[in-house]
Design a protein around this ligand. Structure first.
Ligand code: SF4
Ligand code: SF4
Ligand code: SF4
Ligand code: FES
Length: 559
């Protein structure tokens, strides 16, 4: 379509049709205050802070499309007074006594107050008290701070796909509610935290990050979550000059997750409560004794003859490469890592499909970002959902079809009749694999069990059980040790967590974990992603990557 001509503050400009006035003004570098508007969400035009004048009429810039002959003025007295009045009403409607608010200093409403020089309340305020909902594990909702912008409602449905938040009553009595007005902690909320990320005021706050520091006091580090193989993009706020993370936001620019994060990445990754292995422990006749770091490399090298290594999918590519080099390719995976049916769809292609099949994965509890994509299409766009699971699956309540895996024929009949189906699956048997592979209208997305299962595949690390005099095990999930033929071997384990199976080990080495380590991994789509090191370890633990480089003579000192 041809460009159209409009006037902006007296200057003629050519703009592409289909854009909103706000987009055009932004392209021109003209600042327009907004409150209900939030870039990734559908505009709704409710706060009226973005008003501009077009031929004498005030219009909301965020929802008004450009049209020929517009004469937009952004700073007339009419525009400024209207914006000021809106702000004065907002400040008066509920309690915005900034001194006592957790987000003071980074609140969008407070910033607008400063921008428009509001130094007193124009109208009576603090007349009504609204509830504070502190029932949720991670977020608190203080209705006194709410400006009813509905960003939280929109993000919970349009992006996160959970459709938990809504509103009740009208006008000044409007309240943001969860489900049918139940406390947030008792609602169907899955704790993705997106509502807290987009709330412009202190109405929804992340409890555990509260009072830890402002964004301006933080260093922002972009990284990818390695808590599962989705690999969501993270914006990590680390307190400047300190060794802790204030909060984690979903990165809207991530081409994997486009802003999504789940509870595990946003919250649980920050509060690891498992016991850590500290130091280096060598078994002798009296139990374990702490070994000095300087002796480790010598023992390690002495044990490399007749040795094999086992790794799990928590290892980064760089670590796998070096372990392969050190153990001359005698490296095996602790768990199976092959995709039964190869993945042939990307996460960014997953939206707007008509029929989803989810097999053996409760996407409200694991692979949360994938769950959001499926749910926003099923609940929001009326796509069909079939859930096949041998156990309880919380997605069943929004599914059109629910099957127990024992009886696949009826399910197959339904699937064959569809134009296209997207099959998202975790564990399947050989028989189920054969059945599903016969679908010629299907796209497949495999959900590997481990973060870097695809990396293990790419490095050709097979799941085999091989006997050897010396067995080295590297990884986080040690369950697989129980099945290894290591009764007569000298066993060395490099791991971050204490585990009962470690009693079988002769040498135990505590290694870095989570935000203490960096490296790359392949996510479930096969994209190579980077995890950044953000924190220094609080414990006496070894960085595996540095240690392996030292063994290979690539770096001089490991500690
Ligand atoms: S945490 Fe997520 S699921 Fe829960 S209300 Fe907020 S956006 Fe919705
Ligand atoms: S809780 Fe926050 S995001 Fe939701 S409507 Fe209120 S101010 Fe807006
Ligand atoms: S879906 Fe996976 S990668 Fe994304 S935030 Fe959750 S745990 Fe992390
Ligand atoms: S930002 Fe446009 S109406 Fe709220």
């Amino acid at each position: 379509m041809e460009n159209i001509k409009i006037k902006v503050n007296g200057n003629e400009v050519e703009v592409s049709p289909g854009k909103t006035v706000l987009q055009v003004l932004k392209d021109l570098g003209i600042h327009v205050p907004v409150l209900c508007h939030y870039e990734p969400l559908m505009p709704q035009g409710s706060c009226r802070l973005c008003v501009v004048e077009d031929r004498g009429v005030l219009k909301t810039a965020c929802t008004t499309p450009v049209e020929p002959n517009m004469d937009i003025k952004t700073d007339t007295p009419n525009v400024i007074n209207s914006r000021k009045l809106v702000l004065q009403l907002l400040f008066s409607e509920r309690n915005h006594y900034c001194m006592y608010c957790e987000v003071t200093g980074e609140c969008e409403l407070q910033d607008l107050g400063y921008e428009f020089g509001l130094d007193h309340f124009e109208f009576p305020t603090y007349e009504r008290r609204f509830p504070v909902d502190n029932t949720h594990d991670f977020i608190m909702m203080d209705h006194n701070r709410c400006v009813l912008c509905r960003r939280c409602v929109r993000v919970c449905s349009e992006v996160a796909g959970h459709f938990v938040l809504g509103e009740m009553e009208r006008g000044i009595d409007t309240m943001i509610i969860a489900d049918m007005d139940v406390p947030l902690g008792n609602s169907s909320c899955v704790s993705c935290g997106l509502c807290a990320q987009v709330c412009p005021t202190g109405a929804i706050i992340d409890k555990r990050s509260s009072y830890l520091g402002r964004e301006v006091q933080s260093e922002i580090i972009y990284s990818n979550c390695d808590m599962c193989p989705v690999g969501c993009g993270m914006e990590i706020y680390k307190k400047q000059g300190a060794n802790f993370i204030v909060k984690i936001y979903g990165d809207w620019n991530s081409d994997v997750s486009h802003g999504l994060l789940c509870k595990v990445g946003r919250y649980l990754s920050l509060y690891d409560e498992k016991d850590r292995v500290v130091g280096i422990k060598l078994k002798d006749d009296f139990g374990y004794r702490r070994l000095h770091e300087d002796n480790l490399i010598e023992i390690f090298k002495n044990k490399l003859n007749n040795a094999v290594a086992y790794v799990d999918g928590s290892l980064f590519n760089e670590e796998i490469e070096m372990i392969k080099e050190i153990f001359k390719d005698k490296v095996y995976s602790l768990y199976p890592n092959n995709s039964p049916i190869p993945t042939n769809i990307n996460l960014s292609e997953l939206d707007n499909k008509e029929f989803y099949v989810v097999i053996n994965a409760d996407l409200n509890r694991e692979y949360g970002a994938v769950g959001s994509i499926v749910k926003r299409n099923v609940i929001g766009k009326k796509a069909k959902l079939m859930v096949i699971d041998k156990e309880f699956n919380s997605l069943a309540k929004i599914a059109d079809y629910v099957f127990n895996i024992k009886d696949p024929n009826l399910a197959m009949d339904i699937l064959k009749k569809q134009k296209e189906v997207v099959v998202i699956y975790k564990d399947i048997t050989e028989e189920e694999k054969n059945l599903l592979s016969s679908l010629n209208n299907a796209k497949f997305l495999h959900l590997p069990k481990e973060t870097n299962s695809i990396g293990l595949q790419k490095y050709d690390i097979k799941h085999e059980k091989v006997e050897a005099e010396n067995v080295f095990i590297f990884g986080k999930n040690l369950e697989g040790i129980k099945d290894l033929p290591i009764q007569n071997s000298f066993v060395v384990v490099f791991t971050p967590y204490e585990d009962e199976v470690l009693r079988r080990a002769d040498l135990i080495v505590g290694i870095t974990n989570g935000f203490e380590r960096e490296g790359s991994f392949y996510n479930l789509e096969g994209k190579k992603l980077k995890k950044e090191k953000v924190l220094k370890p609080d414990f006496d633990v070894l960085d595996l990557k540095s240690f392996l480089s030292t063994v290979l003579g690539k770096t001089e000192k490991v500690f």
